[in-house]
Ligand binder design. Structure first.
Ligand SMILES: [Zn+2]
Length: 229
């Protein structure tokens, strides 16, 4: 049934990351815009804060993702190099090691050794990378691609509150940003839940709750600072 069965986990990775990035961008930039607006500043100050938040957040997401994925791929490369050395130094030991892994998974000892030898005859390093280290094609890390994807998804979420604060009359900015952000968050939360095969209502509620909390706290802090300064 390989062709009809839809494996969620294969698609979840990037789509989940994209939705989470957009969530981040929306919550943090909407909160920033609301906080600055609550302090009673001009429209241009609110807009500048929103644009700066969009750019800073996107760059920070890209940097964080690049560093994290790069260090993961450094680790994978070091593991592969060690495996390559071991294969060159002790071929028989490595055959036995791979066979032991299959025995642990329930294969007969004799058959396990046969499988191990045959797989290693084709591509010994690939066999060890897959079955000993647990690497697969999908875990192959691409740092620059991951960094770009994070930045773009953050910016997609962040652009909504920035556009609203540019277009909506200043006195309605806070209301418009709050209402639209909650609506967008509900949609993003529902989409993320749907992709993951979970309840859409619960997914939407969870994101809306945290988003409202972030926007509420930012508004209160902005108002307090605006009154004090
Ligand atoms: Zn090995």
């Amino acid at each position: 049934m390989r062709t009809t069965e839809r494996h969620r986990s294969e698609h979840i990775g990037w789509l989940r990351a994209a939705v989470l990035g957009a969530n981040d961008g929306l919550i943090s930039t909407a909160s920033l815009v609301l906080g600055v607006a609550a302090s009673g500043t001009s429209r241009s100050s609110v807009l500048i804060a929103g644009v700066a938040g969009l750019v800073a957040g996107s760059m920070s997401m890209a940097a964080g993702e690049y560093v994290s994925v790069s260090s993961q791929s450094d680790t994978e490369r070091a593991d592969l190099a060690m495996e390559r050395r071991e294969l060159a130094a002790d071929r028989e030991g490595e055959e036995a090691e791979l066979a032991a892994i299959y025995v642990e998974r329930g294969v007969d000892a004799a058959l396990a050794l046969q499988v191990s030898k045959q797989l290693m005859a084709t591509d010994a390093l690939a066999a060890h990378a897959r079955d000993e280290l647990g690497f697969s094609a999908s875990t192959q890390a691409r740092p620059l691609q991951a960094a770009m994807a994070s930045a773009v998804s953050f910016a997609c979420g962040a652009v909504a509150p920035v556009l609203l604060s540019a277009v909506v009359p200043h006195e309605y900015t806070s209301r418009a940003v709050t209402v639209c952000s909650i609506a967008f968050l509900a949609v993003l939360g529902a989409v993320a839940a749907r992709v993951g095969g979970a309840s859409m209502t619960r997914g939407a509620l969870r994101v809306v709750l945290w988003g409202s909390l972030a926007m509420g706290v930012s508004t209160i802090v902005g108002r307090l600072f605006g009154a004090a300064l």
